[in-house]
Design a protein around this ligand. Structure first.
Ligand code: FAD
Length: 353
């Protein structure tokens, strides 16, 4: 008789785990809390990547578990080949970032290539053996408040269903937590209305060129300290009054490019409510300032979570994959999709055996 394994969550990690389990001859009970499959992956830019250089990964994410980081770093290239061979459509053969290697996929096509027999709208997590792939706790205000402690509730920049169900289930079954529960990956977004179709296009990814103030006029972050992923300035913004900041720009800053757009174009694309006339700033603008945008810290996913071993196990008969598995990017930023892809495969292979 074939082995039966449950998978909770049909985002990146869950889709990968379920597909791999079936490939290995298992019977799969696949549940998804949301009204659709794909999780935050479906909303994402879908660049699946790793740091080019192992030492740089360690330098950038020094608080992460080295065994799990090594597993992801070493297995990602073959995992990308696996997912491509399953029919996930590749849109970029390279990431376009010299620090990283990987591929960009088309998210809807990726979900269609992997999804099969998912029970939608089910939040109860089936009993062991189960692979937890519920995407962390970014969508739970209570858990974010408890662990991340922002100055104000964070705006959500990801799927609405990742509310810590996997975390709670794992803890009940005896799992341990990782460090870095107070860290998160997100973006500073315009302090205005936006919807899930604008999560990529409205990201204000030019903190490294801006002067960065809070609403008390404190210049709380120096542009030279902004990391390439800008995650550090977003985490710092979350702890300033109202979890907001002002990016103040001079002419030179506006001329800079971030990928295919100039900073001026990104500012222009921000909703008018977030573009603040200099005279309306709650502090004196610095010399040379020509534009200002009010931004709000927004959370995409959590970085701390359940502690996994080298086989993605968290407790007897329980595995965690993707963002439910914490401590991979602690101290910095690494690809959540790579974490989901590799740990989804590893969890499935161990659960199948
Ligand atoms: C705008 C945006 C851009 C991004 N760009 C990139 C990028 O280019 N590269 C990158 O690496 N990462 C990117 N990310 C992050 C990436 O999308 C996530 O890291 C990745 O999707 C995590 O995979 P996951 O499977 O852990 O979680 P998800 O893909 O979010 O899936 C979790 C799933 O679990 C479901 N769920 C929750 N609770 C339950 C329950 N109790 N039972 C059953 N199901 C449940 C959720 O509904 C969801 O479908 C981006 C994210 C966003 C929002």
């Amino acid at each position: 008789m074939s082995r039966r394994v449950a998978v909770a969550g049909a985002g990146m990690a869950g889709l990968v785990a379920a597909a791999r389990l079936r490939e290995l001859g298992c019977e799969v009970d696949h549940t998804e809390k949301g009204t659709r499959v794909g999780g935050s992956m479906l909303l994402s830019s879908c660049v699946v990547w790793r740091h080019r250089d192992w030492d740089e990964f360690r330098r950038e994410c020094p608080g992460g578990d080295e065994t799990v980081q090594r597993l992801i770093w070493e297995r990602l290239d073959s995992a990308i080949e696996w997912i491509s061979s399953r029919g996930a459509p590749v849109v970029w053969e390279e990431t376009g970032n010299p620090r990283t290697v990987g591929k960009r996929f088309e998210p809807r096509g990726l979900a269609e290539a992997l999804a099969s027999d998912v029970r939608l709208g089910v939040s109860a997590i089936p009993d062991a053996p189960v692979i937890l792939a519920t995407g962390g706790f970014a969508a739970s205000n209570d858990l974010v408040q408890e662990h991340i402690r922002p100055a104000a509730p964070l705006r959500l920049r990801g799927n609405e269903w990742s509310q810590g169900d996997g975390l709670r289930f794992g803890l009940e079954r005896g799992a341990a937590l990782t460090p870095a529960l107070d860290e998160f990956y997100g973006r500073n977004m315009p302090d205005a209305a936006w919807d899930e179709t604008q999560l990529v296009s409205l990201s204000q990814l030019y903190g490294r060129f801006a002067r960065i103030f809070d609403s008390d006029g404190v210049e709380f972050f120096q542009r030279d300290d902004v990391s390439w992923s800008e995650t550090n300035v977003v985490q710092a913004t979350a702890r300033r009054p109202d979890a907001k900041a002002f990016y103040v720009l001079d002419e030179e800053a506006l001329r800079q490019r971030v990928r295919e757009r100039t900073v001026a174009e990104m500012v222009e694309a921000a909703p008018a409510e977030a573009r603040v006339p200099l005279a309306d700033l709650p502090f004196d603008p610095p010399p040379g300032a020509v534009a200002a945008v009010r931004v709000v810290a927004s959370i995409t996913h959590t970085i701390g979570g359940l502690r996994v071993d080298g086989a993605a196990r968290v407790a007897d008969g329980v595995w965690a994959a993707g963002i439910d598995a914490g401590g991979v990017a602690a101290g910095g930023y690494a690809s959540g999709l790579a974490q989901a892809l590799v740990l989804g495969l590893v969890a499935a292979e161990d659960a199948a055996s």
